[in-house]
Design a protein around this ligand. Structure first.
Ligand SMILES: Nc1nc(=O)c2c([nH]1)NC[C@@H]1CN(c3ccc(C(=O)N[C@@H](CCC(=O)O)C(=O)O)cc3)CN21
Ligand SMILES: CC(C)C(=O)C(=O)O
Ligand SMILES: [Mg+2]
Length: 271
């Protein structure tokens, strides 16, 4: 563990210093108190209350349906379980794109009611005014470029983004703009590793990659994916550290067997 990892509470400034010192930044999602406690205790630098909650918590196909009230609820639960990590919360679809006053209102609610330490929003130049307004209110903003799942219906697929030169140039200029606007970090999702390296070297704020290669300043994964709870989901970028789907269904079927056979509860488990 380096000097930064031993510091008590991680701030946006800590992440900035990590990039400067060449220490990789770690981030995982969490959506509830119990998981947040485990993820924080495991030592990640930052926890993302992702709108992927729409998928892994609520069972929706896309991230679009989750509401600001629901994201605030998840964030409140996570914050209660965290001692050290920086808690970043996604602002959901429709709560910041339309106008910058609404964006600020959404971000303020997320900070005030949710207790988040920062918010994350998807997009570049299109949401410039919203980013400016939120940053100017003193709220740390994390950007998100590349595969932006809230725009899935505009793209139609979850394939790698910015493979063509024009899209890659747009992404690089968006990244520079996000830095200028005062974002403290930015997520790069599903883009070529070479482009992510170039972006990471071109800006001084940290890049957190998911499917964006090894040269990002940090990495983020969805908790349910990396512990192997999310059985059907195996994109190339995912590394599964456990097979909890098998572990948990196994535990459940043992319990069922034990109750059916009257093995559980035994005398020690009774009053
Ligand atoms: N559980 C979960 N994990 C995530 O990483 C995640 C979410 N949900 N929800 C929000 C976004 C959406 N993301 C996604 C969604 C789909 C693919 C995907 O299916 N990729 C496949 C096929 C893509 C294709 O070719 O159409 C792949 O093999 O990479 C990747 C990232 C990442 N985020
Ligand atoms: C995949 C990460 C970056 C995200 O935005 C989410 O979990 O919602
Ligand atoms: Mg998200």
């Amino acid at each position: 563990m380096s000097v930064h990892s031993e510091l008590k509470k991680i701030t946006t400034e800590t992440l900035r210093k990590m990039k400067f010192d060449g220490e990789k930044i770690t981030m995982l999602t969490a959506y509830d108190f119990t998981t947040a406690k485990m993820v924080d205790s495991g030592g990640v630098d930052s926890i993302l209350v992702g709108d992927s909650a729409a998928n892994v918590m609520a069972g929706y196909e896309t991230t679009l349906p989750i509401t600001l009230d629901q994201m605030i609820y998840h964030t409140q639960c996570v914050v209660r379980g965290v001692e050290r990590a920086l808690v970043v919360a996604d602002l959901p679809f429709g709560t910041y794109q339309s106008n910058s006053d609404k964006a600020l209102e959404s971000a303020v609610r997320m900070m005030k009611e949710g207790g988040a330490h920062a918010v994350k929003i998807e997009g570049g130049v299109e949401i410039e005014k919203s980013i400016k307004k939120i940053v100017n209110a003193g709220i740390p903003v994390m950007g998100h470029l590349g595969l932006t799942p809230q725009s899935i219906y505009q793209f139609g697929t979850y394939k790698v983004r910015a493979k063509e030169d024009a899209e890659a140039e747009k992404l690089l200029s968006d990244a520079k703009l996000l830095e200028e606007l005062g974002c403290f970090a930015l997520v790069l999702e599903k883009i070529p590793a070479g482009l992510a390296k170039k972006v990471s070297e071109s800006i001084s704020i940290p890049t957190i990659g998911i499917g964006a290669g090894a040269d990002c300043d940090g990495q983020v994964l969805v908790y349910h994916d990396m512990v192997g709870m999310n059985k059907g989901f195996s994109p190339k970028f995912l590394r599964r550290y456990r097979d909890l789907y098998t572990e948990i269904t196994g535990a459940v079927s043992e319990y069922v067997k034990d109750v059916k056979s009257a093995d559980f509860p035994n005398q020690n488990e009774s009053y």
